[in-house]
Design a protein around this ligand. Sequence first.
Ligand code: ADP
Ligand code: MG
Ligand code: MG
Length: 944
Amino acid sequence: MKQQRPAPEMQPSAAEAKYVYAFSEGDGKNKKLLGGKGANLCEMTQIGLNVPPGFVITTEACLSYLADRDKGLPPGLMHEVRQHMAQLEKATGKGFGSKTNPLLVSVRSGSALSMPGMMDTILNLGLNQATLNGLAAQSSNQRFAWDSYRRFIQLFGKIALGVPDEEFDQHFSAVKKRVGAKDDVHLSATDLKEIANLFLQQIHKHTGRPFPEDPYDQLEIAIKAVFNSWMGKRAVDYRREFKITRAMANGTAVNVVAMVFGNLGDDSATGVAFTRNPATGENDFYGEYLVNAQGEDVVAGIRTPKPVHDMAKEMPEMYRQLEELRSKLETHYREVQDFEFTIENGTLYCLQTRNGKMNAAAKVRTSVEMEREGLITREQALLRIDPELLEQLLYPSIDPTHEGESAAQGIAASPGAACGKIVFDADRAESAGRLGERVILVREETKPEDIHGFFAAQGILTSRGGKTSHAAVVARGMGKPCVAGAEGINVDTRARAAYVGSHVLHEGDTITIDGTTGNVYLGEVPTVEPDFSAELETVLSWADEIARLQVMTNADTPEDSARALKYGAMGIGLCRTERMFNAPDRLPIVVDMILADTPEQRQAALDRLRPIQRADFKEIFKVMSPRPVTVRLLDPPIHEFLPTEQALVDEIAHLRNLRGTVKEMVDLSDTLRLIDPDHRGDTFESLDKLQAILSKLQKSGLDEKLLKQKQSVLRKVRTLHEINPMLGHRGVRLAITYPEIYCMQIQAVLEAAAECIKEGFEIHPEIMVPQVCTAQELKFVHKFVDEIVLEVERTYKVKVPFHFGTMIEVVRACMRAGKLAEYAEFFSFGTNDLSQATFSFSREDAENKFLPLYNKMGILQDNPFEVLDVKGMGRLMEISVQWGRKTRPDLVVGICGEHGGHPESIRFCHHIGLNYVSCSAPRVPIARLSAARAKLLESEYQPY
Ligand code: ADP
Ligand code: MG
Ligand code: MG
């Protein structure tokens, strides 16, 4: 029976609650209850993989404890734990607390979603002065026993008792230095004993209490500490950053696992591996191991581990078993696995497995290859790729023609090139990032507490650690470029400097890292846009086959259009014509048009603009042929093309001053002679020349003319001034007052179309009217279209097919959708304006002033300008589609706001039956994949 978490006031009695599950009984699918690590340990045990015996304490126990920590662990929990410990003793033949044959355990965290390194784990629990001797006897290895002990004291001291790392490090380094040990492995049993005792004293000093000796006391304290780590700062920050909600993961489970030892000698080892290469996706065993080492030694980068392939030579039989484990894991989970293993005296144990985090390139490649291998279906292949991940594939790489030498080489830990200023710690990265600076976080190695620095940095560079080091794993998860273990760089965090050969790098110096090759360059190195891989093409072509929504792009120029085509755009959903007006060679004509005092003057300016617009449209139509191109008629308020009032006032003041200055200058030599009649010669000569030029200027009246013009522009700017321009005289409203502007644009579109047709191109132009609120506006514009198309067809002697439609971005337009559809053959939701209208928020003001607080306080869950507000605006959209199609069943409906490239919003667009989404070029691949996923998951979608 599935357990429901009871409301706090009705906590179950000890007899009812079941908080603990043995690995042999827990449900491997129930990650919410058992955590990901726990569920998988259960599942691996049950499918017969060699997992050390252990049990899971549920997340429910955690939540119950955290609800009121003062009450201690929930009643009955420790009783259950003791029963399971008895089973562990039976399974291992060892005794918890035994002086002769002690059982040691690890106490490990693990929530429903993997949060690598965010919570805590304690190893070798159960050791004390007495069991220590038993461990030494059991293993016939004094050094091993003392090493395990000092590790336990340190981890337990830090995690359970809150003693900071530095307090241990100081003793550790002192002994190491005194005995001249280069590495930890060079410390003898006596040295380790001394260190352990120093640690014990340090803990006593710090906490005021002796170190707990009783193993069950240790266990209880450790369980609480792991539970508490769920609310630790690191874990809380991580959940906030990655938007991990309670519905996704609530509380951590605790796994208690019999210890196995990878540090028992040269037939023992520990390692971490991926079933496939998580950086490239290649079907190649990928991982690292260390002989005679324990637990986190591999991850921590204390010793540099060996690639897993080396084991084939060093421990052939173990390697064979490891390959077998690799293949069993993949066939069972049908997903790339990231797993931990330990070899104890020639026996291989699997200690953890989870789905491998991969970068986008690897995710795409493995999707294609696993489908071909028959491991997964096409649908599964699409569903395992998070669309947002594809953005990474559009990351730049180092320009291949770049010839400069790299200054250092490290491990290519997470691909992509990044450039920025060096910072040496996470806090500085964060504050620089907040100021909008691009930074590279440079460290010897990184730790979980550096996580905020990763968020802020463009890339990460470390001088120590391998492919599975903390920096590498976290950067890959985030899709940030990372070069790890660049040993040629000497990082001195305290001096805030790094040394590369004879070169000294200071904080603030610029470097470029290439996570694809591992190269590090001094200064800024040019980068290039990436190419689409064959695998990505394959995945997206599968997506297109499944999707019902088409994906268009927002593009205003032939270059943008060509780029979007490369990304698979099926047409242009929004071509903004104002960008064409803004080009430097056109703006003066546009200004003439605006300044015109009479319709004739205006027409003259428009006649000059028309051929220019026609040429623009023609080029775009040709690039996109035979796909549809939706041209939006002029949208912004026209004063946006004029200079601002302040700029004009300043210029006019300047011109006026100039007149005074010129006059003074012209008289200057006379003035000087007056003051000093003896002054003679050449100074005056050049001055005379200048004066000649100036008086010519004075007489020409050029400045006067300019001044008049500026004044006239100023007057116009003042008449055009609007209190609230975005709600003012713009869009179709311009067409009502100045019909000739829209007529010119309509004519340019249709003439361009006619010319393309004559040249043999198949084209599908669509004319779209913005800011419509009533069908009467559409009717007005439509009349012009009818007239102009006749004229164009007569002139060019070809039939010009086109569609006429409207943006839906005004609330009233939604309510009048049925009527608008009488004139419009298509609708396109302009969800940027429609969001503003729905909320009565102006976007800039909202985002700059109050929206972040709304989000933080949970008043609004998302930013409605980024994530389509399904519950509010979504209803408006749904109604519009229904009413529009009632009038015109074949009404084509799309969306061209920013939301058109957002996966969850696309899901909603699919749900309400849109025909297409339109987004910026780099979002096109994301939208294509999202459209397919929307189709695949449509039956389980519940928007409201
Ligand atoms: P994390 O979530 O940080 O990976 P884990 O709980 O997996 O933490 O444990 C940390 C390290 O200790 C890992 O390398 C793991 O393999 C090792 N470890 C955990 N439990 C045991 C055990 N019972 N025996 C040996 N090694 C263990
Ligand atoms: Mg941990
Ligand atoms: Mg682990």
